[in-house]
Design a protein. Structure first.
Length: 254
């Protein structure tokens, strides 16, 4: 699958993968800052952003999509950053294509399986009849009845397009919902991946718990774990300056 992507800057290529319900637009600010040091390639995963839609969604397929993009762009060794679901894609990529990687950063996710925390969001979005609304403001008001967190709604509404006078989702919501149980599963089971790796967690997030450290160090023996206390799950958005400094330091871009 040919993924949609954007490139800024020049130098050692670093590829950035967003999380569930996200897109490369979520990383635009950080990509601009990072491009002063290196070449930054932000990517829309399948069924997200402006990448093609498919009825299939798995970590192996998404890792293969990334490998196809790297080949298309004729890149050498890349650095790779993945957040949340994108972090699991990045870990899967490191398992199947280690020869393509120089260093790996995984943001606020581990290789383990996770509990369902998104079905309420899927249900809220799938229950909407977009033909009844003419603006994001109207849609936000309706969504507030089922999703009271304004920041979450604003994040989700970034996936809306206005085509003529009709609102449409860039997300392939039905396929993502159908495949969501697979996205909750663990990755890199019984593997030992020797790529130099950094796991960055938010101090106010529970996605990487202290008890996950053993699994991380066993699966990624050449890894370090960094906590950014000021941030929750969206580490790069909530503490961008600290996050950027850590990225530059770990990748040796300075």
């Amino acid at each position: 699958m040919k993924l949609h992507y954007q490139i800024v800057g020049s130098g050692q290529p670093v590829v950035i993968l967003h999380g569930l319900f996200g897109s490369l637009d979520n990383w635009r600010g950080l990509a601009k800052e990072l491009s002063a040091y290196t070449q930054v390639i932000t990517v829309d995963l399948r069924n997200h952003g402006r990448s093609p839609h498919s009825s299939e969604q798995s970590y192996e397929l998404m890792a293969n999509d990334l490998a196809e993009l790297i080949q298309e762009l004729e890149l050498g060794l890349i650095d790779l950053i993945g957040h949340s679901v994108g972090g699991k894609v990045a870990m899967t990529f490191s398992q199947h294509y280690p020869e393509r990687l120089r260093k790996l950063v995984v943001v606020d996710i581990t290789p383990r399986a996770y509990e369902d925390e998104h079905s309420a969001i899927f249900n809220a979005l799938l229950d909407l009849d977009l033909s009844l609304y003419s603006s994001r403001k109207e849609l936000d008001k309706e969504l507030s009845l089922s999703l009271p967190n304004k920041a979450v709604r604003q994040f989700l509404l970034m996936n809306l397009d206005l085509v003529g006078d009709k609102l449409t989702w860039r997300l392939n919501l039905p396929a993502l919902f159908e495949c969501y149980p697979d996205l909750l599963q663990s990755v890199c089971r019984n593997q030992q991946i020797t790529i130099p790796s950094c796991f960055i967690r938010g101090g106010r997030s529970n996605y990487i718990r202290d008890e996950d450290f053993d699994l991380i160090s066993t699966t990624f023996p050449h890894s370090e774990i960094t906590t950014i206390e000021e941030a929750g799950h969206w580490v790069h958005a909530e503490a961008p300056d600290i996050f950027l400094t850590k990225i530059i330091e770990f990748f040796d871009y300075d």
